[in-house]
Write a protein that binds this ligand. Structure first.
Ligand SMILES: [Zn+2]
Length: 234
């Protein structure tokens, strides 16, 4: 073999090795969380460990609220969200058709968070976990809705209230101080249009509505059984 073809051969070999190593790390073995119903796909093991803890908290919280059907979920922690209507502002999403949940990795989420200054909060691991909780709560809620007409606002209500309820006291107080709007007064105010116009305000207003003693898990039950149909989906 002459010198130039040999160098070319070595270059190609090196590129192939880089691609193999990159794919090897990007598509690490999926891990089943201790919960058993959730499989996490991620490049980094530390992302998987954090995700499993967040997922277990979500299951426990919603089970206590009466959402206790076993729900199988595939959670993909990715560096880019594909096929979402507005990937620039979105940190994760749950696909009701494929039942797959995608969430940006910690690193990708941090860049997006700083760029869009979501909620005016400092990005950290706890906040990232809270978005995993949000998406997993979507998946669990969706599996429980008895009416197909119970659409976006009901799912977002359960996802955001679970997310905020499971924050540490310090993080929750920080959020509630930054977004000081009062809670929704009644279910007619909880609409998909409101959510689309201001998801952050929707989140906090939903949480303040949820924590009133007449609402809480009893309101979840009304949504699940279709006793309350949220405005915007009727
Ligand atoms: Zn959501």
């Amino acid at each position: 073999m002459t010198k130039i073809p040999f160098i070319s051969f070595m270059l190609v070999l090196w590129c192939v090795l880089v691609v193999i190593l990159w794919y090897g790390s990007a598509f690490a073995e999926p891990v089943k969380c201790a919960n058993g119903n959730v499989t996490v796909y991620a490049a980094k093991k530390c992302d998987i460990a954090h995700a499993c803890l967040a997922i277990d908290k979500t299951y426990a919280f919603l089970r206590t609220a009466g959402l206790n059907k076993p729900v199988s979920i595939d959670l993909h922690i990715v560096s880019k969200l594909m096929g979402h209507a507005d990937p620039e502002v979105c940190l994760g999403h749950y696909n009701t058709r494929t039942r797959k949940t995608h969430i940006l990795s910690y690193g990708a989420c941090k860049c997006r968070f700083i760029k869009n200054s979501f909620w005016g909060l400092t990005f950290n691991r706890e906040l990232h976990n809270s978005f995993i909780i949000h998406e997993v709560a979507h998946a669990i809620a969706e599996a429980h809705f008895e009416l197909e007409t119970q659409g976006l606002a009901a799912g977002e209500y359960i996802a955001y209230t679970t997310q905020i309820a499971l924050m540490s006291d310090r993080l929750r107080e920080d959020l509630l101080t930054k977004i000081s709007n009062g809670g929704f007064e009644n279910h007619q105010e909880i609409t998909s249009t409101f959510h689309d116009l201001s998801p952050s305000t929707f989140a906090v207003k939903a949480y303040r509505h949820f924590r009133r003693k007449e609402n809480g898990s009893m309101f979840y039950q009304k949504l699940i059984h279709g006793e309350v149909i949220l405005n915007g989906e009727e």
